[in-house]
Design a protein around this ligand. Structure first.
Ligand SMILES: Cc1ncc(COP(=O)(O)O)c(C=O)c1O
Length: 384
């Protein structure tokens, strides 16, 4: 019999049945009053849950399109940006800005660590930056940036726009756009929302909208805020065809979030992550991110010495669980395990059990059940 495959890479994540059903619906005309009503209520929910008095955009594309949209609508050639990088995706902002003729200074941490707040503060005080970019959770390292604290610090630098990449964080890590001083938050549908890939979601606060207005006509077309704003205000209008079924799928994801409660969802992700990380450490894997700055959405696990990455991941796939490999210097030395979105105790236990089996089969010396015992204890404790 063919084994079920659990998608435990750090996005896309497992898509639950009620969201799959929205993807399978007969596609409606985007001008259909029922669809317009659904899209409008989704946009209202996204604004109120993420607490902004600004705007939200939902457009067909991926997280990278959201990054590009953030930069294109807030910076022009000759401007200066400060990029805080905790890994591969932080660095992506640097390339994206440079290609647009934006001058970039990068503050990069050693992988697994954060750039200290004092270093960010010193950099901000040393030059006039039109924007700072921060990756909330860098998927290459599993490091979670202190987004609220950086927002606090930025209150002293009101001319610097605060752009946060929430691709691997939004809907799992707390993000309150206005309260945290975030000017632009961007994400994709395929991670903690638990929706298939294909939507970019972007919140823009009042300061970001004022910056966009100050830029006049920009060279970009599809990602121009000004092209999309009339549609976000009145989805019956046309600019470019909305991804109708993905919009429904995201609406269902948001309904599930409201049913669970956003705060409960954040707490669940924290519990799940800490339980999985403790269980995997009990098996002899080392979490790359330092303890105080570990993501709740994924874990980046360094193998015990002598492990064979390719063999382990091949056998793990055979056991029914897909995980991702390490990037850059960690290729072959680490695997990346997603644990975000609409996953439950069954998924966690099945995943950890498969990891134990694949470890033993690939020659990693683990004691079968040692990780599961830790996870099970944590699950029992969480249930009260
Ligand atoms: C933190 C982060 N930013 C940006 C991206 C790019 O998103 P996408 O692959 O949806 O374009 C990713 C993708 O994994 C990511 O993890």
């Amino acid at each position: 019999m063919k084994t079920k495959k659990l998608v435990m890479i750090p996005g896309p994540t497992p898509v639950v049945r009620s969201i799959q059903e929205q993807m399978g619906r007969e596609t409606a005309a985007f001008g259909d009053p029922d669809f317009v009503r659904d899209f409008t209520s989704l946009l209202d929910d996204l604004k109120s849950l993420w607490k902004t008095t600004g705007e939200v955009f939902v457009v067909a594309g991926t997280g990278t399109l959201g990054m590009e949209m953030a930069v294109a609508n807030s910076l022009r050639a000759g401007d200066r940006a400060l990029v805080v990088s905790h890994g591969y995706f932080g660095d992506r902002f640097s390339e994206l800005c440079s290609r647009r003729g934006i001058e970039v200074d990068v503050l990069a941490s050693e992988w697994g660590r954060i750039v200290p707040l004092e270093q960010i503060e010193r950099a901000l005080a040393s030059k006039n930056y039109q924007a700072i970019t921060v990756t909330h959770v860098d998927t290459s390292t599993g490091v979670c940036a202190p987004v609220a604290e950086i927002g606090q610090l930025l209150r002293r630098f009101p001319d610097t726009l605060y752009i946060v990449d929430g691709v691997c964080a939004t809907a799992a890590e707390p993000e309150y756009v206005d309260d945290m001083g975030i000017d632009i938050l961007l994400t994709g549908s395929q991670k903690a929302f638990g929706v298939p890939p294909g939507l970019a979601i972007l919140w823009a606060g009042p300061k970001a909208l004022a910056r966009r207005a100050s830029l006049g006509t920009i060279p970009d077309y599809y990602i121009d805020f000004d092209k999309w704003l009339p549609i976000m205000h009145e989805p019956a209008k046309y600019f470019a065809t909305p991804a109708v079924n993905l919009v429904w799928a995201l609406k269902e994801a948001v309904r599930l979030i409201k049913e669970e409660g956003l705060e409960n969802r954040y707490a669940r992700h924290r519990r799940t992550a800490r339980a999985m990380q403790a269980a995997l450490e009990a098996l002899g894997f080392r979490v790359l991110a330092e303890a105080d700055h570990r993501a709740v959405t994924l874990s980046n696990l360094i193998y015990p010495s002598g492990a064979d990455d390719a063999a382990f991941r091949r056998l793990l796939a055979e056991e029914g669980v897909m995980v991702a490999g390490g990037l850059a210097a960690y290729a072959g030395r680490m695997f990346r395990l997603g644990h975000m979105g609409n996953i439950d105790a069954h998924d966690l236990v099945a995943t950890l059990a498969a990891i134990e089996r694949a470890a033993v089969r690939s020659g990693i010396p683990v004691e079968l059940g040692a990780g599961l015992a830790v996870l099970q204890r944590e699950l029992v404790r969480a249930a009260g």
